[in-house]
Design a binder for this molecule. Structure first.
Ligand code: ATP
Length: 425
């Protein structure tokens, strides 16, 4: 976002901010989920998760249409904040607690997801501060600082990667839902009235970004929000087909001027921008893209991981674990192996390492048979391995082996950097 867009700058905002920030943003009053307790097991659930699990069960049993109807009904009731209706839906669908197996439920209640702690030693309400539940507010309160110091003109964006904290009642599905997670957000500030155009543009740009990292189109889809958050005039999720079904990976939201106006109101400080093209002061509108880094990692991992059966030349079979990740995001781009520990091969291999490591991350290893070394790199997704052998000493060539096809070719050491960089482009 920051490197390929000339009008997006990065910042690193604070995790703790003045508590009024969260009052202004609406999080103190309404960052909550409808929850329900099972009186027998004493387990607490998010109501939407219980209903979604029931829908998945119906779908698994071949009742896809009933599942869709159930989800549509849930969306309708959530949008209307109709907790009596939701409670009735649980009863009608005979939804039970997975631990006690009973439907002995409490009423549905709202549960705030922010973690709080005390600032200083006196435990008065005024000293309560919150761990940020999203990184976005740190960008809003810094909007003018960044605009002025980076000399940005609207439209422009501010992006950051950082920790966010939510008191999720049920944190599970590996790293899909955690209480401490990493967000990558970008707030794009635009002229009022143009926000829906930008919203469409960012929807497409973000979708294409996922495709560019090798995620297949059929594993991605848009899901429009039925219930819009209090700040939004349009919102969509990019969903990915995780091993446990299609789930939200990224959100794109048109947040209007809600946040900046509220911070202006609560801080008493102007957050307006002077647009020289139209000679007007205004509070900009915001389109945001918000993705969980951990969820992104999980999507890449689940999409790339394969336990592959290989047929060898003699007809026998073998298994390998291979991570088919795009060379763009592979943690190691090139592994360099001297065939043996002697005859000057490690020296030449180190030489190659030194040259290539200036350009991208490399890995050097001399231990074990070449086949074993290849397999270890396959498992972490290294796209290329090169082997330095006796011929290399004579003609300055190496064998390069491609991770996915396992094909090997002889190339000049001088062409190595360019070959790897071409695959990363
Ligand atoms: P969900 O409906 O799954 O709780 P959300 O709609 O509350 O997610 P947003 O507030 O839009 O999520 O947050 C933006 C992104 O942050 C999400 O798309 C997701 O990738 C990530 N995210 C949100 N909550 C969590 C969490 N508890 N653990 C890991 N990632 C999360």
């Amino acid at each position: 976002m920051t490197q390929l867009h000339e009008n997006i700058v990065g910042i690193d905002a604070a995790i703790f901010m003045h508590p009024t920030t969260w009052k202004a943003s609406g999080h103190v009053d309404s960052f909550s989920d409808p929850m329900i307790d099972n009186k027998d097991s004493k387990k607490r659930y998010r109501v939407d998760h219980l209903i979604e699990a029931k829908a998945a069960e119906l779908k698994g049993g071949g009742e896809a249409e009933a599942a869709e109807q159930l989800l549509a009904e849930m969306d309708r009731l959530l949008a209307a904040d109709d907790y009596t209706g939701l409670r009735q839906l649980l009863d009608d669908q005979k939804i039970v607690c997975s631990v006690s197996k009973t439907a002995n439920w409490t009423d549905i209640r709202q549960f705030n997801l922010m973690f709080d702690t005390q600032l200083g030693s006196v435990t008065e309400e005024a000293n309560t501060i919150y761990l940020r539940p999203e990184t976005a507010q740190g960008i809003f309160v810094n909007f003018l600082n960044v605009q002025k110091t980076a000399r940005m003109k609207i439209p422009f964006g501010i992006a950051q990667t950082g920790k966010a904290f939510r008191n999720e009642i049920v944190a599970r599905q590996f790293i899909f839902r955690m209480r401490e997670f990493e967000q990558m957000e970008m707030q794009f500030f635009v002229r009022p009235g143009t926000e829906l155009e930008w919203y469409e543009k960012w929807k497409q740009t973000r979708f294409d970004w996922h495709l560019s990292l090798g995620t297949p189109k059929e594993k991605l889809r848009f899901h429009n929000h039925v219930k819009l958050a209090h700040y939004a005039n349009a919102a969509v999720d990019i969903e990915f087909e995780f091993p446990f079904g299609f789930k939200e990976l990224e959100g794109i939201h048109s947040r209007t001027d809600y946040d900046l106006s509220r911070h202006q109101e609560f801080s008493g400080k102007k957050l307006t921008y002077f647009d020289t093209e139209i000679n007007k002061h205004y509070v900009p509108y915001v389109v945001e893209t918000s993705i969980g880094l951990d969820r992104m990692f999980l999507s890449i991992l689940s999409n790339s991981y394969e336990e592959e059966t290989i047929t060898k030349e003699d007809g026998s079979t073998d298994q390998r674990v291979v991570l088919h990740i795009s060379p763009k995001i592979a943690p190691v781009k090139l592994a360099i192996f001297p065939l043996t520990k002697k005859d000057g091969l490690p020296e030449l291999a180190h030489d190659i390492y030194q040259k290539c490591a200036q350009q991208f991350r490399c890995f050097y290893e001399v231990k074990d048979a070449i086949g074993k070394r290849y397999r270890r790199q396959d498992a972490i997704g290294t796209p290329f391995c090169v082997t330095v052998d006796h011929q290399s000493l004579e003609d300055q060539t190496v064998t390069i082996r491609h991770r996915d096809s396992m094909e090997q070719q002889r190339i000049a050491i001088n062409d190595l950097i360019q070959t790897v960089q071409a695959a990363m482009a």
